[in-house]
Design a binder for this molecule. Sequence first.
Ligand SMILES: NC(=O)c1ccc[n+]([C@@H]2O[C@H](COP(=O)([O-])OP(=O)(O)OC[C@H]3O[C@@H](n4cnc5c(N)ncnc54)[C@H](O)[C@@H]3O)[C@@H](O)[C@H]2O)c1
Length: 305
Amino acid sequence: MKEFNGKTAFITGGGSGIGLGMARVFVDAGMRVVIADIRQDHLDEAMTFFDQPAHVHPMILDVSDRDAMARAAREAENVFGPVHVLCNNAGINIISPLDQAGYEDWDWLLSVNLGGVINGLVTFIPHFREHGQGGHIVNTSSIAGIVAGPGNGIYSATKFAIRGLSESLRYDMAVYGVGVSVLCPGTVATNLHKSEEHRPSVYEGKINETIQEIRSLTGRLFKEVLPTGMDPVEVGKKVLRGIKNNDFYIMPHPEFREEFQESFNEIIAALPDEPLDPVREVHEEKRRSTRREAREKAEKMGRRK
Ligand SMILES: NC(=O)c1ccc[n+]([C@@H]2O[C@H](COP(=O)([O-])OP(=O)(O)OC[C@H]3O[C@@H](n4cnc5c(N)ncnc54)[C@H](O)[C@@H]3O)[C@@H](O)[C@H]2O)c1
């Protein structure tokens, strides 16, 4: 996508942090933007950042609610017309070591972080197909979707999944002239550390003292680290550039080179040093060439538009 003026974006979790950063940059680029968020206070505060409030439509949305997502898509189209840029960005984080995690922790993060992306895709893909004007989808993963650390397993499970599905999506959407990016930020100065304060009661579970202690300690650590992160508007600018370039990976932070290298070296070193099986190789070569062709199509689309 090269032309942004007058186009429409729909951003989940647009009331705060990275979502709001993207919204501010998109509006400056001439777009109309829907910011959809579960929290009215975030939406109210977000609206104070816009000089042209008529170009922004705030709406309450819980991304884990499929019917609400469908209603939100209809409302967006009624207000601003066809959606060209979809940012599946809403997310939460709790730091809960897997040996302490209960089903409530899993269910909450999976339903918002991964379920929210799935619901956004199932709702909006037919919309992209119908309007036929092309566009771009940005799914927010994380550095935690590439390397996993201690205490972050549930979050990483959702973010690895988003990165994986985004790569397939890139190939599947090229035929409609829709580019796909996966956004993998490191630390960004946002409200993410407050996720736990707004955990719905249905996901509360039985919290014993150990869990309570872990959560308050990690919450405090998180609170100290996040404000040192990148400005969300800088992330928004990098997202806009990534959409323009049709980049699949949008990596706003430079400081992860060594860790990625280490992680991928470990994977490659684990491959057995054995001769290739000729029968399996026939199928593998077919699979490789299908993927190569799909990549070429997705890349060519970016050059053409
Ligand atoms: N901040 C970071 O360091 C960082 C790093 C990597 C990835 N991320 C990812 O960036 C995305 C945005 O988070 P952020 O850091 O800007 O945090 P944030 O808390 O500032 O913003 C997230 C927004 O999502 C909203 N939200 C939460 N649950 C929702 C739901 N069910 N439906 C709709 N909206 C909901 C929140 O109210 C909030 O306004 C998340 O997916 C997060 O995992 C953040």
